[in-house]
Ligand binder design. Structure first.
Ligand SMILES: [Zn+2]
Length: 547
């Protein structure tokens, strides 16, 4: 037995969820599934559905759902470990002694030790200490965040700790992609354990950052500085999101402690979800370069999804947050926070900037209308339309007409068909794991036009069943009564998805080709033409297969 999760998975297969839940609920049979009144919301009709074969439950009323453990956690108000224990006791299955805790313990301990070792090496390195000092980081910051330096060779250290290559790999520190001659930032989990490292190049080597491999460290699921700043974040319900490690450290040691870094510009959904547990207002302060602006837009999208009150900090003079703080001090940074922009103003200014040299006002109008489309509240939407009209001199009626969803009937039908295809495909692979295994490598997420289906497909491909069970859509599809046809029908769906995908790809290529021809980019033209031939061939193959 390897660990608690494995044990829980095996146990789940042994336990009949319907039988177990009957202790708590009056369950009735309905078709293939079972239903009951939901204990988690005032329920008049039985909205809680249970699938015996999938071992999951889902409430179509309040959205509660998941595995048997999710149920126990919710109804008994206990944590996962305790929930497993309760189920195991009920099923009279003995819980083994896990080396789980112990197993990861040595990795955490090793991480702590090697972080200390890297730190000692940093204190021996005058040049690097000077570099950090110039960036505003001195002993206090180094100690607090355990910044370090990885020497060219760590063999002696590894020998002393009795760590061979194989063991090193288990820690996520790859012997082949080591951190040598890099500045090291340990990354801590919310509970403070070092889960990995990020190594910054010092002499312009590529890549600029190398992270621990994703063994216990998951980049998109950690936020640098969250452990150190979480108390302050909880207190203020506010958090400043920055790109860089030094940004976090500098803000933190200068008294702005509610700061975290997404570790690069790509703020992930998972990170948004984590932050939402701590804060309601999110300040985004990315670097003022194009990457930063694109990153800001992406972060905006995710933050909107999680209902943050969003503020965007614009740093003058093209400075990064740490540079600005170093130059002007904490109070100035706080006044930047006070004068930060809301999302709409930020996007508006961005569009103005982007189109300042345009000859006509049309491209700007298009961009501004895109912003208007983001606003769901009709009054606010109308207000911004008025503003756009004032700015561009297009009459309000014209602008309103523009943002109306104007699809032709035909387009709508095609879109609808695609959705159903994608949905059907997903139901097939959720209900028949062997189907999924057959085509796993053949289909990729680009085949999906519908965002929620695309996201679910990615989850199906990469996430554990536990994570899947927490997904509303997954549970809905798993419980759906959709009648699936025979295997041939499944392959037919794949073919049709593929066909749509290739057609779209072709369209895109043709647009790019036209552009390249206008701009006379010879190499690009050749490349695109080759691509086009490839795709034509694939489309043709698909057609032949149909006969
Ligand atoms: Zn419910």
């Amino acid at each position: 037995m390897k660990n608690l999760i494995d044990f829980a998975e095996e146990l789940r297969e042994k336990v009949d969820i319907v039988e177990f839940l009957s202790q708590y609920l009056a369950i009735k049979r309905r078709g293939k599934n079972y239903v009951a009144l939901c204990p988690f919301h005032p329920d008049k009709n039985p909205s809680l559905n249970i699938s015996r074969e999938k071992g999951l439950f889902h409430c179509f009323g309040c959205g509660a759902g998941g595995t048997i453990y999710h149920f126990v956690m919710k109804i008994e108000n206990v944590n996962f470990e305790r929930a497993v224990e309760i189920v195991a006791n009920w099923a009279k299955v003995e819980i083994p002694q896990f080396d789980y805790v112990k197993k990861n313990d040595w990795i955490y301990k090793f991480h702590e030790e090697i972080a200390d070792y890297f730190k000692e090496n940093l204190f021996k390195n005058e040049n690097l200490l000077n570099y950090l000092k110039n960036r505003g980081v001195e002993k206090e910051g180094i100690e607090k965040f355990k910044i370090g330096y990885a020497p060219p060779n760590i063999d002696d250290f590894l020998k002393e700790k009795n760590i061979d290559e194989k063991k090193l790999k288990e820690t996520g520190i790859s012997p082949y992609r080591n951190f040598s001659k890099r500045l090291i930032f340990p990354i801590r989990s919310i509970s403070g354990k070092i889960v990995g490292f990020s190594g910054r190049a010092l002499e312009g080597e590529e890549p600029k950052y190398i992270n621990s491999q994703e063994v216990i460290f998951k980049k998109g699921e950690n936020l640098y500085g969250l452990y150190e700043g979480k108390e302050e974040i909880l207190k203020t319900k506010e958090v400043v999101l920055v790109e860089g490690y030094i940004d976090v450290i500098l803000l933190h040691i200068n008294g702005i402690k509610n700061v975290v870094s997404s570790m690069g510009t790509s703020f992930t959904e998972e990170q948004g979800k984590i932050l939402k547990r701590f804060a309601d207002r999110l300040y985004i302060s990315f670097d003022p370069d194009t990457g930063g602006i694109e990153g800001t837009k992406r972060a905006l999208e995710i933050s909107e999804k999680y209902n943050f009150e969003i503020k965007i900090i614009i740093i003058p003079q093209n400075l990064d947050p740490d540079e600005y703080l170093l130059k002007f001090g904490k109070e100035s940074f706080i006044s930047l926070m006070k004068n930060s922009y809301d999302a709409i103003t930020f996007l508006w200014n961005e569009s103005e900037n982007k189109h300042k040299n345009d000859e006509t006002v049309v491209p700007l109008t298009k961009d501004l209308l895109e912003i208007a489309k983001r606003i769901k509240d009709p009054t606010k939407r109308f207000e911004i339309i008025k503003k756009i009209s004032e700015r561009t001199h297009f009459p309000e009626e014209v602008l309103l007409e523009e943002i109306k969803e104007k699809k032709t009937k035909r387009e709508e039908i095609i879109k609808e068909q695609e959705n159903i295809l994608e949905k059907e495909f997903l139901i097939y692979i959720i209900k028949n794991k062997e189907y999924f295994d057959l085509i796993k490598d053949e289909i990729n997420e680009n085949y999906f036009q519908t965002i929620k289906f695309r996201e679910l497909f990615i989850k199906l491909k990469y996430s554990s069943e536990f994570i899947l069970m927490e997904d509303n859509l997954y549970r809905e599809l798993a419980l759906s009564n959709f009648e699936l046809g025979p295997k041939e029908h499944f392959f037919d769906i794949i073919k049709r998805l593929k066909f749509i995908y290739l057609q779209n790809l072709k369209k895109e290529l043709l647009i790019n080709l036209e552009k390249a021809e206008k701009e006379k980019k010879v190499d690009l033209i050749d490349y695109l033409k080759l691509k086009l031939i490839e795709i034509e061939k694939e489309i043709k193959n698909l057609r032949y297969k149909e006969v």
